[in-house]
Design a protein around this ligand. Sequence first.
Ligand SMILES: [Zn+2]
Length: 156
Amino acid sequence: MPHQFHAYDQGFVDAIRAGGPDANGLPAERDVSDGAGNPCRSCLRGIPQGEAMLILAARPFETLQPYAETGPIFLCEKPCAPWRGPGIPPILTTSPEYLLKGYSPDHRIVYGTGTIVGVDRLEDYASMVLKDARVAYVDVRSARNNCFLTRMTATT
Ligand SMILES: [Zn+2]
């Protein structure tokens, strides 16, 4: 099953870069990438060493509800090209494994779908979960730190 990996909501990204509040109501912190472990959630690439980056709280859900987790993300400070694919984005090639979880159309965890999978099995596992009629999308998070990385949907 072909997938789409989604760049973070562009309206939110634009607002953050313009100095708007993050999911905790604070302006993003500014830092400089060390070139290792600073994945941008818009271009879905590692932010190169020495490049300016933003650190902020993000809640990748439309509304507040019990399953709407908030956590830290990085973004390139300068505008970058949001990921459009095809293939696996570079930020999913830097760790041996990732946490995947299926969510229902009303943005609730579909229990039983959450697991840590090796990067070589990521697409096969996501395909299996996305075939479940209860699942609308799969979120990919850091297996070690639980940080949100990207969202996957089936392409039709
Ligand atoms: Zn970027």
